[in-house]
Design a protein around this ligand. Structure first.
Ligand code: THU
Length: 157
């Protein structure tokens, strides 16, 4: 039996085209970037989470001399949500980055480990949340559900 999987997402040339809430949250993600601790990669990643009640939680990548001990921005933010607001649903997760590790025009996309965490945080809250990925050239991808970024995640149906 052949099956297929289709993902629908929005592509916006410049995040200045988004509504004021999205723009404000992207600015918050860029502010979060300033607190990244990335002396090794020099690649600063910022994440901001808008909760359904309007609360905002931010995160940034935190590296360590023992490289695998560091953590990505998205996971820092999502685990902070779990630790501080475990029962408040997430509405949107925004991810931005600054640095030369990726070419300026390359799409910014979360790593596989973060996608697994994103998928489970969606399962946990029993409702989808949007994911907004902002590349350094301002190109933006918007997904309606985190699970679209990781079909067949570990533990999925
Ligand atoms: N990084 C993130 O924060 N999020 C991702 O999804 C991918 C990579 C961080 C990890 C490391 O501190 C730096 O970016 C370079 O890989």
């Amino acid at each position: 039996m052949e099956k297929s999987h289709t993902i629908t997402y929005q592509l916006v040339d410049d995040w200045a085209e988004l509504n004021s809430t999205d723009q404000e949250m992207i600015n918050q993600a860029y502010s979060a970037c300033e607190n990244a601790y990335a002396p090794y990669s020099k690649f600063k990643v910022g994440a901001s989470v808008l909760m359904n009640n309007g609360q905002v939680v931010i995160g940034s990548n935190q590296e360590n001399l023992a490289y695998p001990s560091g953590l990505c921005a998205e996971r820092v933010a999502l685990f902070a949500v779990g630790a501080n607001y475990p029962n408040e649903p997430i509405a949107t997760l925004y991810i931005v980055a600054k640095g030369d590790l990726l070419p300026f025009d390359k799409t910014l996309a979360p790593c596989g480990g973060c996608r697994q965490v994103m998928a489970e945080s969606e399962t946990r809250q029993n409702q989808p949340y949007r994911v907004v990925l902002v590349s350094q050239n301002r190109k933006t991808l918007i997904f309606n559900t985190a699970k679209d970024l990781l079909p067949f995640s570990f533990g999925s149906d």
